[in-house]
Design a protein around this ligand. Sequence first.
Ligand code: GBE
Length: 497
Amino acid sequence: MKWLLVLIYACTSYAEDYVFPPNFQFGVATASYQVEGGWNASGKGENIWDVLTHNRPELIYDQSNGDIACDTYNKAITDVQLLKSLGVDFYRFSFSWSRILPVGTSNKINPDGIRYYNELIDELLKNGIKPFATMFHWDLPQPLQEIGGWPNPVVADLFVDYANVLFEHFGDRVKDWITFNEPAVFCGGGYEDGSKAPAYKGNGFGVYLCAHTVLRAHGKAYRLYESKYKASQGGRVGITLDTYWFEPSSDKPEDIEAGEITIQMNFGWFAHPIYSKEGDYPSVMKERIAEKSSTEGFPRSRLPEFTPEEIEEIRGSSDFFGLNHYTTNKCTPLPAGWGIPPSQWTDIGTMCYYETNWEIGASSWLAVVPWGFRKLLVWIKNEYNNPEVIITENGFSDKGELNDCRRINYYNTYLEELLKAIHEDGCNISGYTAWSFLDNFEWMRGFTEKFGVIYVDFDDPDRSRTPKMSYYVYKNILATKRVDWKFTPDSFNECEF
Ligand code: GBE
């Protein structure tokens, strides 16, 4: 009996026993529009989220906006002390394009924008925290939307001009750059399903044009850094892509194919051009959209084509793989006659859903499925030759409680799966970022869903901050480099897991 127990113990992998590698980096993240406020302060121009929330408040669950948000525009310096005490290696924040370039083009730079980010970056460095900067987290300057936004190919060049301003002013101190946050989400939301600014509803057309410009912009910004700044500044540039894990709904071949097609056309869409050996869009995506387009009577595919030069420019244009991951869906082929073509959804041709017994956060899309995280990490390893992955977002939403045991459960279980991916699957993962540092403006969901490890009182004109229980649990993980289910911070009640 005793030996049987020993055997069972030896064969079960206890992720609790795994530690994070010594050079593994931890951080927390925010995004400019979600936290800064100061929407019209000192020379800042308007962006598409200012315009959307002001003109169409009915689209936001609580009719709120990011005019003040967490007021980090005025609180950056004191917030750094909360980062310091948390013990993070880096802070992932994003630049507001229209705070730096009020009308989007680089002929006019706003000195107050440069000042604001200089002060934040200097304060981080003074406190031993690396700035990890995203150039674009969805807040496009409104004048660029007025010329069509991302579907207009010219916006790629304007983005590169903006990137050049950022490298020039901040690249002496910022060494870790992300060009874009989740292009699949802002292209799909902005130009296909209407769930993100500028909230256009499309028909399987603008969404691919948006993505095409973004990929070209990313490749060009990467090559600009490589040729003009890398030697002197010595930093690195990558991109952040997001995806659910798409689990086949059964082991039937058509369901397995549905899972694979879904990840290729939601994620491979961006990952394949950048990280695969061959470059360009995944072949399954090119074939499917060409075929659908032709049956729909289009003279050519709705998916634009890269030139051979563009394929080369984009291929390999990333020094790491930034990954945002939150949840998992199960997928099966779309039943015949479902969906109205042309659309991105009918192009993909699958139907994905949650199991009814999965735990759901305050966000209706956020099911807690930690094993999906590990499967995704292994899929990336196999598909793209084990690139260096940095988890640039992962987190859980609730209604803002301080005793946030469900968030702690989420972090503990997802981090355990990440540890298994490192130690058992050989995945090359070098960092992890909790979303989010602060409760903040959750896009169309307004302030109704909270992701922060710090509570922000949005009724208090001063936007006071109170660390939640998860803040201290995360702090303990960073300090001990392991997950400890028994750790209960002082003055909090123990969680029942
Ligand atoms: C990240 O995206 C964002 O980078 C970050 O800004 C945001 O605060 C964080 O997630 C939390 O949401 O019709 O609304 O139910 C779901 C995560 C929409 C990826 C939600 C879009 C998850 C992709 C559809 N999803 N998001 S619906």
